[in-house]
Design a protein around this ligand. Structure first.
Ligand code: 5GP
Ligand code: MN
Length: 353
């Protein structure tokens, strides 16, 4: 572990608290400098993120695309899935192309928020030099250059630090995209690694032209009727046992509600909002019979560890994975893992007391 030099400048809002970062060259090289060296030395870059992109994936890709273009570079932005409707109004959102295969005529591909190339669901990345920028607890050093900072609230915060290090100008369009990453990865400044520097950065972004009210309305007050129908189906199935709550939707619910994948976002938080509940799970049956899980914790149980044991990953209080169906089997498996994790946490706490 060593500390990043970037983000510590006098003008850095996020620099109040330095972040810990990991890189293969730890001790010799600063990962921000290593990323910058590759960016400065190349001309054409591919910017991508995970499949089913969320606010951090979209906002940080767009901001990085704008930064690269300011630096005089070519930047192509790609994702395997279409970006959700609530993010399609972001500045330059039309730069993001949806494809399943990428070409190899780039100097490097920059992967944001991914623990490996598989998470992008893009083919063709294996032939390219890779840069990995991530903030997940379960992040892995799979690339030629790795910058993993699990204290960053969003990858957007890391793109902001990269921007400071380049000396580029923070435009209102970049500020809007970066603010969106902060807002969404903290669920509206409600969870995650929110701390004083988060608000300092938010202030900086609003001063640079991000409109916090307009962004919040776009993200949170634009619910589609199909999402409400789906939520109704999920709530009818809400179960609770002690500190655990879970709910699910079947493929039939998805079809009946005319719901898209993005309509599932946020449903799990309603279960976590129940008084006395510490951990919540939302399960969704996929068309091919697999089950997607969203896990949320108030903080005592580390759901990233649980998800990683099941082949997924994420943050301590927000993680996900995919299990084999059918639904009752997947529910049994996740509840058993979560109970084990809760018992283990309780035992660890008792030892420390
Ligand atoms: P969500 O429940 O919103 O889909 O995901 C919560 C968090 O866990 C996000 O930060 C997301 O990137 C991460 N996550 C979800 N599913 C997976 C997965 O299958 N693998 C990994 N590595 N991370 C995941
Ligand atoms: Mn993120």
């Amino acid at each position: 572990m060593h500390r990043t030099a970037a983000g510590t400048g006098a003008t850095s809002a996020a620099g109040g608290e330095r972040a810990e970062s990991r890189s293969p060259a730890a001790g010799q090289d600063d990962p921000v400098a290593a990323v910058l060296r590759v960016l400065r030395g190349g001309e054409r870059f591919l910017v991508c993120s995970h499949s089913r992109p969320d606010g951090d994936a979209v906002g940080s890709m767009l901001a990085l695309g704008m930064l690269l273009r300011q630096m005089g570079k070519c930047a192509d932005l790609v994702t395997a899935d279409r970006i959700p409707a609530v993010y399609r109004g972001l500045p330059n959102a039309d730069w993001v192309q949806t494809t399943l295969r990428v070409h190899s005529h780039y100097d490097a591909a920059i992967l944001l928020e991914c623990d490996g190339i598989e998470r992008t669901r893009l083919r063709g990345l294996e032939d390219l030099p890779l840069i990995n920028i991530d903030h997940h607890l379960t992040g892995r050093e799979f690339a030629a250059v790795n910058w993993i900072d699990h204290k960053a609230v969003s990858v957007g915060e890391m793109v902001y630090r990269l921007m400071l290090a380049t000396g580029a100008k923070l435009t209102p369009e970049m500020a809007t995209c970066l603010y969106t990453t902060l807002l969404t990865d903290t669920g509206g400044f409600l969870y995650g690694a929110v701390r004083a520097s988060t608000f300092a950065l938010a202030r900086e972004l609003v001063a640079a032209g991000a409109d916090p009210i307009a962004i919040a309305h776009e993200v949170y007050f634009s619910v589609s009727p199909s999402k409400l129908l789906l939520l109704g189906a999920a709530l009818r199935r809400l179960k609770r046992k002690g500190r655990l709550a879970w709910l699910w939707v079947t493929q039939q619910d998805m079809v009946r509600s005319c719901a898209a994948e993005e309509d599932c976002e946020g449903i799990v938080n309603i279960a976590l909002g129940i008084a006395g509940v510490d951990v919540a799970v939302f399960l969704r049956e996929l068309p091919e019979g697999l089950i997607r899980l969203s896990l949320r914790s108030r903080g005592v149980v580390n759901v990233a560890e649980v998800a990683a044991r099941l082949g997924g990953g994420g943050h301590g209080n927000a993680a996900g994975c995919t299990l084999l169906g059918p639904l009752p089997r997947a529910i049994e498996e996740i509840l058993s893992e979560l109970r084990k994790a809760a018992d283990h946490t309780a035992a660890r706490r008792a030892e420390m007391a």
